[in-house]
Design a binder for this molecule. Structure first.
Ligand SMILES: Nc1ncnc2c1ncn2[C@@H]1O[C@H](COP(=O)(O)OP(=O)(O)OP(=O)(O)O)[C@@H](O)[C@H]1O
Ligand SMILES: [Mg+2]
Length: 318
């Protein structure tokens, strides 16, 4: 099997809205595919199709070689999914929820309890093991939802914005869990609004906008494809930043970011031209440097949007 996830020409419309307009995706076994895109790009719709929850209008999605539309039951047995909260019972405690999932998957009472407690520990929920899930905070529910999706290690795991609304410690914890699962052979598809997360975890990235894949490749390839590097100038006086931007505006796409001026450049000759102009204008700098673009900058350039928009954590369906 070349790909654990293989999607071709996927289309899905809701009335006038083409949520998916011919999406192709592929992930080799044991790798992480990051799916990035602004709000409404079609990420959740794609995840819902791949995890058998929604039927596509056209195109095919294969998971572990199985057709998700025709062999949905078999696909469901071998995947994990989070982001829906569908499996959790808000009236049960965290521990009871995980024991229930383990029992449904065929574990003995004792095995189920052991696994539940391991996971509660792992996701920093041991202190709230006996509290009803309805009384968990948003971040705690999200962690419980994640724990439930890996009670049995899935062969393919779909994570729809797994760390939105998590604090940095929980986010790092989740990254660690993902790395362990992948090391053990799981293939992970994750959507995220955090480009650092994609940079940290993903072997390959697909950028989606308005239902289409507009760029794909490894994080390094995407950074290279967008081209060039960025020159970052830190003026000695922060008030000089707007003046610098204006000075360069005619020839460069300079912008002011918190008192530093960021100038995308195509080649080093341009950097020299910028520095010469700054010198002639007599603006003092405390620092300057050439950098690879960050994935944030790549994303901005590709889609014209910034991604980070810390939405509130979606509530668990009661
Ligand atoms: N059940 C539905 N009924 C009608 N329209 C829908 C439905 N689900 C999704 N859409 C529309 O399809 C488009 C894609 O939505 P989707 O939820 O897949 O985006 P997303 O990339 O996950 O966005 P976000 O980053 O906000 O989670 C949006 O325009 C959305 O309004
Ligand atoms: Mg979504």
């Amino acid at each position: 099997m070349k790909y654990a996830i293989e999607v071709r020409g996927l289309k899905k419309s809701f009335g006038e809205v083409h949520a998916l307009d011919g999406v192709d995706l592929a992930a080799a076994p044991g790798t992480v595919l990051g799916v990035l895109g602004p709000n409404g790009a079609g990420k959740t719709t794609a995840v819902r199709v791949m995890s058998t929850l929604t039927k596509p209008d056209a195109g095919t999605a294969r998971v572990l070689g199985l057709d998700v539309a025709k062999e949905a039951a078999q696909v469901r047995q071998r995947i994990g999914l989070t982001g829906q909260y569908a499996g959790l019972d808000p009236n049960l405690s965290g521990e009871q929820n995980l024991v229930l999932v383990a029992r449904l998957l065929g574990a003995s009472r004792r095995q189920a309890k052991t696994r539940a407690n391991e996971l509660l520990e792992r996701f920093d929920l041991a202190h709230a093991a006996t509290r009803a899930a309805s009384r968990y905070s948003g971040g705690m529910r999200r962690r419980l939802d994640l724990a439930a999706s890996i009670v049995r290690r899935p062969e393919v795991l779909f994570l729809d914005e797994p760390t939105t609304g998590l604090d940095p410690k929980s986010r790092n914890g989740l990254w660690e869990v993902v790395r362990e699962l992948v090391a053990a052979g799981t293939t992970v598809l994750l959507t995220t609004q955090y480009l650092e997360e994609a940079d940290q975890l993903a072997d390959s990235i697909a950028v989606i906008d308005t239902g289409r894949v507009i760029a794909s490749g490894s994080p390094a390839q995407l950074k290279r494809a967008v081209g060039g590097r960025v020159l970052r100038l830190s003026p000695a006086r922060p008030e000089a930043a707007p003046q610098l931007v204006q000075l360069l505006a005619a020839d460069f796409d300079a912008r002011n970011e918190d008192g530093a001026v960021i100038v995308p450049i195509a080649h080093t000759g341009e950097a020299q031209a910028v520095m010469a102009r700054v010198g002639r204008a007599g603006i003092d700098l405390t620092a300057f440097g050439l950098h690879e673009p960050t994935l944030d900058e790549v994303f901005l350039q590709l889609t014209g949007h910034r991604t980070r928009n810390d939405e509130p954590v979606k509530e668990m369906a009661a």
